[in-house]
Design a protein around this ligand. Structure first.
Ligand code: AMP
Length: 213
């Protein structure tokens, strides 16, 4: 299955994508994770993206399209995938369709994880992530067993530089302007399903699986 998860920042796309990866064995491609890996490695691409990311702005279509194209090429056709955080603009969605058409593939399903903007700031400001394995916690609603430490590998958790109130406001504006039309794009193709993203990760995962059935 070739699957896309879309939704506003803080909707839980990354958390749900990781569960699908474990359950279905599909590779996950997250442009946000790829960009953060470039930043940690200090590459030119990472340096170019850094200021935009920290300000909550989208990085250029060329950069993310190039990263996804390289990842899909490396994986080869026919293995299925979950995209999380890509496409975020209609130009990215068009580029993805062209990439897949070239190898005789298509998107099978697009799931929009709906969370009202009013809940998002709290979700994101309390979010802590493990820089090593990418697992996500929340200081109030999903704390680790030991404060500030990843349950799975003992790494010190970090707060993302763009998980601040100022950056979130910009990220939501960018979402409204650029990413909401992507939902319309897939709606027109008859591929879009909506899942209510309010609730525990287990509840949302149940709804997600029902939407994929
Ligand atoms: P995320 O981890 O998906 O929330 O992404 C973090 C940041 O990386 C975003 O706020 C953007 O600055 C950048 N980014 C990630 N994916 C994309 C994309 N598909 N298009 C443009 N910018 C992206």
């Amino acid at each position: 299955m070739n699957l896309i998860l879309i939704g506003p920042p803080g909707a839980g796309k990354g958390t749900q994508a990781k569960r699908l990866v474990d359950a279905r064995g599909l590779p996950q491609y997250s442009t946000g994770d790829m960009l953060r890996a470039h930043r940690s490695a200090g590459t030119e691409l990472g340096k170019a993206a850094q200021a935009l990311m920290d300000a909550g702005k989208l990085v250029s279509d060329d950069i993310v399209i190039g990263m996804i194209s390289a990842a899909l090429e490396k994986a080869g056709a026919g293995r299925g995938f979950i995209l999380d955080g890509f496409p975020r603009t209609v130009a990215q969605a068009d580029a993805l369709s062209a990439m897949l058409a070239k190898r005789g593939e298509k998107i099978d399903r697009v799931v929009m994880v709906d969370v009202p903007f009013s809940l998002i700031v709290d979700r994101i400001v309390g979010r802590r992530t493990c820089p090593k394995d990418g697992s996500v916690y929340h200081v109030k609603t999903a704390p680790p067993k030991v404060e500030g430490i990843c349950d799975l590998d003992g790494t010190q958790l970090v707060q993302r530089a763009d998980d601040t109130e100022a950056a979130i406001t910009k990220r939501l504006t960018e979402y409204d302007q650029w990413t909401r039309p992507v939902a319309g794009y897939y709606q027109q193709l008859g591929l879009l399903r909506h899942v209510d993203g309010v609730g525990t990760p287990d509840e949302v995962y149940g709804r997600l699986n029902a939407a994929l059935a």
